[in-house]
Write a protein that binds this ligand. Structure first.
Ligand SMILES: *Cc1c(COP(=O)(O)O)cnc(C)c1O
Length: 377
């Protein structure tokens, strides 16, 4: 076994892209609060106040304009895609597909019997396509950060788009760590889940919804003759009504709410979005610079403008097997650097979410160098 010297090791060995590192202090606070919090009714004040704090902190973090709502429900981002197909896309949507997650939402819409075949603009993994305004498109579906490939994309309503069209943004791994001005960008729904930037467990979806998105969902849900079946668990109007009361339709995971609330408060106290954006940028810049200078590693995303500041993908040359590297790191307590399976590359992927201190990223590259040296003999 390759043993990494202790002095090189990071404080915490979790570098996965989701579920991502939970700050130990947050987990400790959860353990302390457990007796009075876990196993209590989600319809009572204690839990509702946590939901209320999450909603208020998100409003603050994203400087939500007047009329926007923080809506949440169960089922993670994947469930929100279904809800969006039911309650936001009217007839025809456009999707930028440049990796696993962005393609999946396009697939959800393609399978929805009440919707027309979506317009899907694809790009090779490691690059990204541009959105194009087109007649008849009522929803532009963008992905702020394609977690599978480590490509981030600008978020904007395409010039010339119908003014009634909506912009729906999957920000699951971007929200809270990549800068955005929602109103400026013309976004209508900015949705995510807690197990990436918000360093909690999975299982919830959260959507920041504009007045236009709220209005669209109300219209589609209330029009009974439009041939769509809207299951109660996907009904965004009901979700918005429940969220306004700091509730969810059915029982949420209380630990997830607690951890997300803790993380949000930590981000807000430290300086908000600008602070967490800078922290992730510092970590990811270190990794890209390290890879560019490395003899055996190089950034997978060739265009520096497309490189994700939160999920860094790095190709390795044939002298270092990613499988062997990851196994050796794992044996030393450094976990989840495995690249996205379906990409099928000799690659590692490292999350640089705000919960990971930049110093740990510096330690990580030293450990990767150490193991790679050993492997290359
Ligand atoms: C993780 C991820 C998802 C899936 O989230 P779930 O909560 O597991 O459904 C979707 N989109 C992106 C961009 C992601 O990173």
């Amino acid at each position: 076994m390759i043993e990494i010297p202790r002095e090189l090791l990071p404080e915490d060995g979790r570098f996965g892209s989701g579920p991502s590192r939970v700050r130990p202090e947050a987990a400790q606070r959860l353990a302390k609060a457990a007796d009075l919090y876990l196993g209590t009714s989600h319809r009572r004040t204690d839990v509702k106040s946590v939901v209320g704090r999450i909603r208020a902190d998100l409003r603050h973090l994203f400087s939500l304009p007047e009329g926007w709502e923080v809506v949440l429900g169960n089922g993670g981002t994947t469930a929100f895609w279904d809800a969006a197909a039911a309650c936001l896309v009217e007839r025809r949507s456009e999707h930028l597909a440049f990796g696993e997650f962005s393609s999946r939402f396009a697939g959800v819409v393609a399978d929805a019997p009440h919707l027309e075949t979506p317009e899907v603009i694809e790009a090779e993994p490691g690059s990204r396509p541009d959105a194009k305004a087109m007649p008849g498109i009522d929803s532009y579906c963008l992905t702020h950060n394609e977690t599978s490939t480590g490509v981030s994309a600008p978020v904007a309503k395409p010039a010339g788009a119908d003014e009634n069209s909506l912009v729906l943004v999957d920000a699951t791994s971007a929200a809270g760590a990549i800068d955005i001005d929602l109103a400026d960008a013309g976004v209508d729904a900015y949705y995510f889940a807690p197990q990436k930037v918000f360093a909690a467990d999975g299982g919830l979806w959260i959507a920041l919804m504009s007045p236009a998105a709220l209005e669209r969902s109300q219209r589609l849900v209330s029009t009974k003759d439009n041939g769509r079946w809207i299951p109660a668990s996907l009904d965004l109007v009901q979700a918005a009504e429940n969220s306004a009361k700091d509730q969810t339709l059915n029982t949420p995971a209380l630990a997830t709410l607690f951890l997300m609330c803790d993380q949000l408060e930590w981000m807000v106290e430290n300086g908000g979005l600008a602070w967490s954006v800078a922290r992730s940028a510092e970590s990811s810049s270190h990794l890209y610079q390290w890879a560019e200078a490395s003899e055996f590693a190089s950034p997978f995303v060739t265009n520096p403008d497309h490189r994700s500041p939160v999920t860094v993908t790095i190709d390795l040359d044939e002298s270092v097997s990613a499988d062997d590297l990851c196994a050796a790191l794992r044996a030393n307590g450094i976990v989840d650097l495995e690249g996205y399976r379906k990409l099928g590359r000799n690659q590692i992927r490292i999350a640089t979410f705000p919960a990971t201190p930049p110093e740990d990223i510096v330690c990580l590259t030293a450990c990767v160098d150490f193991v790679a040296d050993a492997l290359r003999g």
